[in-house]
Design a protein around this ligand. Structure first.
Ligand SMILES: Cc1cc2nc3c(=O)[nH]c(=O)nc-3n(C[C@H](O)[C@H](O)[C@H](O)COP(=O)(O)OP(=O)(O)OC[C@H]3O[C@@H](n4cnc5c(N)ncnc54)[C@H](O)[C@@H]3O)c2cc1C
Length: 384
């Protein structure tokens, strides 16, 4: 067993660490207050190749494997989570469907623009009546000559307001449901009948918008079915495989934020004095620090191992769900302890601890809730 991170990935990790410390952290508060990431920072992200982490080099991306990708996310989430979110949908749920199941023409057309950051991609599955029960989507697509006509609406779509490319799930045969009745489409923002609806107000993740998408007789060319005609009706499978991959990412995000919180707590415990000594000398505070560090250690091992398994070509449905479940639940426990260690200051906006606490909460919900992760794991166990 070799647990060493390969040299090239270690160097990349170092580059991202410096980018976070030098460019992102200093503007984290500004972004939190203004709710938007300055264009200059997005440009630096493009220059670092952050919009095309897993996209193969032949399409202009960095061609990273799962381990490389999660190392980047772990570093990026040591600051305001919205920075990761800005690139996250393009690297992940927004483009993976095209990467895995798209035709060569679709890959040639979309992936280079997504990888360069010229176009942002996002993923449009959820609807008001279809969240965990994603197969219950109502958005419909009907073939009319050489176009599909889409009608319906999506909600909570990350980066929906700034994206150019939308991996969109719609029902093409009601009678078949998720088994043959849902198709994945590539919708572009300028296609007739497409518009962005309300931008939703959220508890956290300021600087990263989620919005409604409206499809009102939206015309998508026939060739925009992901994977072409053979894939009509296979979109639900594409969607599930896309989400499968995203689970490691969610684990990495929760891990990065947890590590940052622990580092902040250690510093604070050394310098905050009560009863004449640093609070780090009180055993109850020490116990919290020890529990946080132990959980983070466990989370990191399982995350890296699952990423490594994926890079060996193994199917990791169960492991990926376990990683998302454990890391994101851990993240909430860590964020809660961090507020406790900081006491009243943890609750104040003056420090970023409360921001991490709010942002961390999301990881247990999107891309599959903790309950749905347990359903996936149990189903997988009982199937064997
Ligand atoms: C900020 C944000 C960004 C998002 N970005 C995107 C995006 O880019 N694209 C996209 O398509 N979607 C996105 N989503 C949607 C997200 O994936 C859903 O919110 C999530 O899947 C949960 O669905 P829901 O909110 O409808 O909750 P529900 O499905 O209504 O769940 C409510 C509760 O019931 C539980 N529950 C439901 N079914 C079961 C079951 N079978 N067993 C046990 N418990 C169950 C859930 O775990 C949860 O606790 C985003 C959501 C948020 C909040």
């Amino acid at each position: 067993m070799d647990f060493t991170i390969p040299e090239d990935l270690r160097m990349m990790q170092e580059t991202i660490r410096r980018f976070v410390e030098k460019d992102l952290e200093p503007i984290s508060r500004q972004v939190e207050e203004e709710g938007t990431i300055p264009e200059g920072i997005v440009q630096k992200m493009r220059e670092l190749g952050l919009f095309g982490l897993p996209i193969p080099e032949e399409y202009g991306g960095l061609g990273l494997g799962a381990l490389g990708e999660i190392l980047v996310y772990e570093e990026l989430t040591k600051t305001n989570a919205c920075f990761r979110s800005r690139i996250g949908t393009s690297n992940g749920i927004g483009s993976v469907g095209i990467l895995m199941d798209g035709t060569e023409e679709q890959k040639q057309k979309y992936l280079p623009r997504i990888a360069s950051g010229e176009w942002t991609a996002c993923f449009a599955l959820s609807e008001p009546e279809a969240g965990s029960d994603a197969a219950n989507i109502k958005t419909e697509a009907v073939l009319d000559g050489d176009h599909w006509v889409l009608n319906g609406m999506k909600h909570f779509i990350t980066n929906g307001d700034i994206a150019h490319v939308f991996t969109t799930m719609a029902v093409t045969d009601k009678s078949k449901g998720s088994r043959g009745g849902i198709t994945a489409f590539i919708v572009e923002k300028d296609m007739p009948g497409f518009s962005v609806g309300t931008i939703e107000k959220k508890m956290g993740l300021r600087g990263s918008n989620s919005s409604e998408l409206i499809f009102d007789n939206c015309m998508a060319p026939k060739e925009n079915v992901i994977g072409g005609d053979d894939m009509i009706g296979q979109g639900f499978k594409t969607a599930m495989r896309v989400l499968d991959k995203g689970r490691l990412t969610m684990g990495a995000c929760a891990l990065g934020a947890s590590q940052k919180l622990l580092d902040m707590c250690i510093e604070y415990a050394k310098q905050r004095v009560q009863f004449g000594k640093p609070i780090g000398q009180f055993q109850m505070v020490q116990a919290m620090l020890a529990d946080m560090a132990t959980e983070i250690y466990a989370a990191r091992q399982m995350l890296y191992n699952a990423a490594w398994l994926r890079d060996q070509g193994k199917r990791i449905t169960r492991e990926a769900a376990m990683v998302k479940l454990f890391c994101t639940e851990m993240g909430s426990r860590i964020a809660d302890k961090a507020i406790q260690i900081f006491g009243g200051m943890g609750y104040m906006k003056e420090l970023p601890v409360e921001m991490f606490y709010r942002d961390m909460r999301l990881y247990r919900i999107f891309e599959g809730t903790s309950e749905i992760m347990r359903v996936v794991i149990a189903r997988n166990l009982l199937k064997e």
